[in-house]
Design a protein around this ligand. Structure first.
Ligand code: NAD
Length: 400
């Protein structure tokens, strides 16, 4: 690896900019510029990174010589910001979801290929120990060929995380099935080894439509989140324009014959994800999803509920999101400098968005099944092969 620091920019300095601690701790990058339209976000940015150019103008950031940009702004801004960066030849780390429409996601993929600027997706769950452990068990063949994946997400912090700001509005997220579910739908696809080709859904706004609406106490989610905000019916400060579902359930038929379901509820007392993967020789299920919790594996026949044949502890890892974020940054920096394949995938990100968009459409209309539009095989090949011929941040800079 080169011993020069790569100049990077950050677009959107809100909650996700907690990545700043990991970024500042690295000796291979320099946080050169931060862009955010909010005065208070820019003040925080200047405070935390006094050496950085802090601006409300994306163009000013792109002129500052950054070689890569972290797009950490709200979901509905990802496509426009990422496209401006790619067009300037700058590598992009785009937070999930890649976009809030299938069309925008497809345009981003096409533009990345056309410009040769590197596009990376921040699907950090692909680096989470619970997920990598389940994938290793599946790949070992212990549960045979995967036939079904059932994932349930108990979003206990949902009222605080998603119902008091922009996340509560369709115009910013499309749906929470897409915004939050993009993570799990991607994991379902990854564990199953295929992509959804048909999707249907049911769900609704069943609690947060009826609680006290108004202004939340503070500027950003970290100001108002508290486990004392309970029960959900007593929540206050919910976005008065809320029009997203607080419960969503989708069924998926994958292109390799696997069937999957995903359920998401934003008012459970507990906050974790539970995956069940059923194969032709067994089944696995995670019980808890953090370090010290475990993945249970059943590989022999039982009468009734039986003890698992194997209980494998989820390993410790340091860093945010169960240790996933430092690994994600390592992979991104390596990718920008040296290219090559990555665990996260722009194609997979698009396929997760497709399920979110079509699932929400099904929920909001006839609950019927929708077909996922196919992608150009050439585009799939380009991204599956790690964007061959794409330019590193440095090469793209000198080509400008
Ligand atoms: N991978 C993960 O684990 C993870 C975790 C949290 C958030 N996220 C993603 O990060 C993104 C940001 O979420 P958040 O929770 O930080 O939101 P947030 O509301 O806390 O912060 C968003 C920031 O972006 C700024 N912004 C708004 N429009 C902008 C624009 N056009 N250009 C630049 N900045 C703009 C806002 O002023 C705000 O400071 C979302 O897409 C979310 O899905 C991912």
């Amino acid at each position: 690896m080169s011993n020069t620091r790569m100049p990077v920019g950050i677009v959107g300095f809100g909650v996700r900019a907690l990545l700043i601690d990991d970024l500042l701790a690295r000796d291979d990058i320099e946080v050169r510029a931060i862009c955010d339209p909010s005065d208070s976000a820019r003040a925080r940015a200047s405070d935390q990174v006094p050496s950085a150019l802090v601006t409300a103008q994306l163009a000013e950031m792109l002129e500052s010589g950054v070689e890569a940009v972290f797009v950490l702004s709200p979901d509905d801004t990802h496509a426009a910001v990422a496209k401006a960066c790619l067009s300037a030849g700058v590598a992009v780390f785009c937070e999930k979801p890649i976009a809030i429409s299938i069309e925008d996601a497809d345009e981003m993929l096409v533009l990345a290929k056309q410009t040769g600027a590197r596009l990376y997706l921040g699907h950090n769950m692909r680096h989470m120990p619970v997920v990598t452990l389940m994938r290793e068990i599946i790949q070992s063949g212990r549960i045979g060929t995967v036939k079904a994946v059932w994932a349930r997400h108990f979003v206990g912090h949902g009222g605080d995380y998603y119902f008091k700001d922009w996340h509560a509005e369709q115009k910013h997220v499309n749906s929470l099935l897409l915004q939050k579910g993009a993570h799990d739908i991607d994991v379902i696809h990854w564990l199953a080894g295929g992509y959804s080709q048909r999707v249907s859904g049911m769900g609704g706004l069943t609690v947060y439509g009826d609680v006290e609406h108004g202004k939340p106490a503070g500027d950003m989610m970290t100001d108002w989140i508290s486990t004392d905000n309970w029960p959900p019916t007593e929540q206050t400060g919910v976005n008065p324009n809320v029009d997203v579902e607080d419960i969503s359930m989708v069924t998926m038929q994958l292109d390799n014959g696997v069937f999957a379901t995903y359920e998401q509820c934003h008012y459970t007392p507990d906050y974790w994800r539970n995956y069940t993967v059923i194969g032709t020789k067994g089944r696995l299920e995670n019980v808890g999803d953090g370090p010290g919790d475990a993945v249970h594996v059943w590989m022999s026949r039982k009468a009734g509920f039986g003890a698992p044949d194997e209980v494998i502890e989820i390993p410790e890892a340091s860093g945010s999101h169960g240790g996933a974020d430092p690994l994600l940054l390592d992979e991104f920096i390596r990718f920008v400098r040296d290219g090559g394949t990555t665990e996260t995938s722009p194609i997979a990100a698009r396929q997760a968005v497709a399920v979110g968009v079509l699932g929400a459409e099904s929920i909001r209309t006839d609950q019927g099944a929708r077909d996922v539009p196919a992608l150009d095989p050439e585009l799939i090949r380009y991204f599956d092969e790690g964007q061959p011929g794409s330019r590193s941040g440095v090469a793209a800079q000198s080509a400008r």
